[in-house]
Design a protein. Structure first.
Length: 94
């Protein structure tokens, strides 16, 4: 069994993205309903759970500054930037 990339097997391929959340709720059902409304306004409308809250995400970026710029334009909400860390997941090929 070989690894996906034998030369890069020790490389850390984890990364971080920055999501713009416009609302959060303790109820997943309520968050999903609000997410549908966001989708109708051309937002991503994803629901992301973190620390017991269900956040409604409108967009996601590789650079934190890009997320901040978008958040500044969403003055009708109270947007927050959520840092999402994607862990390194080793892949193997049989």
């Amino acid at each position: 069994m070989g690894s996906f990339s034998e030369n890069n097997s020790s490389k850390d391929l984890s990364y971080t993205v920055y999501a713009v959340s416009v609302e959060s709720h303790s109820s997943k059902m309520l968050a999903e309903e609000k997410a549908k409304e966001i989708k109708l306004k051309n937002g991503a409308g994803f629901v992301y759970e973190k620390d017991g809250k269900f956040h409604i995400l409108v967009s996601c970026y590789e650079k934190e500054n890009d997320a901040k710029l978008v958040a500044e334009n969403l003055s009708s909400y109270s947007p927050v930037i959520i840092e999402i860390k994607i862990p390194n997941i080793p892949l193997e090929i049989e």
